[in-house]
Design a protein. Sequence first.
Length: 280
Amino acid sequence: MVIETYQNKNLAYYIKLILGLVEFILLNGFHWKKDELIVLNLHSTPKKLQDNFDIHLRFLQKNFNIINPSVLLDHKPIVNNSKKPSLLLTFDDGLKNNLYAVETLKKYNLQALFFIVPKFVESSLKKDGRQYYLDNIRPVVNPKFDHESEDFESVSWDEIKELVDAGNSIGSHTMSHLLSADMLEAELQYEIVESKKHIEEKTGFKAVSFCSPNNTVLSVSSEAEKIIDTNYKFHFTTYHGSNSTKKIPRKIKRINIESFWDLGVVKFALGRIQNRRIGV
């Protein structure tokens, strides 16, 4: 997925902001149906952006039926007594600043699914997290938003256990965040299978969901797909779109938003213009 997560707010950003605000007003909300599941993915959630993230959550609660990830991961039926589509929140990379987002989520009794990179966790425990993050996960960051130590380090294993104890769920985001479509069998086993084992050994919790890093098209080969299907219930992808609650697919589509975005840009990401442009 090519995202503007850490780029400056340029002209394209402000065009999306305006389009999102205007579209939502003129078309009276979104086009999603009640039987659809929208899965959002976020990354960095710095402390200074929690007021903005709070605005996002209040808006999402008003317009969607936000579900606990365990409902999906345990194959429970998604009960939706409202007329609103269902929505699941996911966070990629397992940054320590996601703990601020967890506190904001708690205000609304909400939980999310966090995808962990074991080598990033171990590097952070060795005080090498910042360099690992910049080398292997996010080479380009915007210092306006990310400048504190927790913006470059992973959550610890103990913090991951606390996340789950609080009702959140965890999954694998590969062992190193370096999965690519040209990897050999042994490398694929390491990234996909060993990451699952490592997370489960360190936390005591089952990792039944896998999230491919960067761009699923470029990172997941047909051989990798087979290994994912054998070892996980769900594969969360970078493919843009919604999912049916009538029959949840193994391969989950998602829509990217970020905590620094203005609400108008979040509306644009979820709106008709963007999703018809992409073909959803």
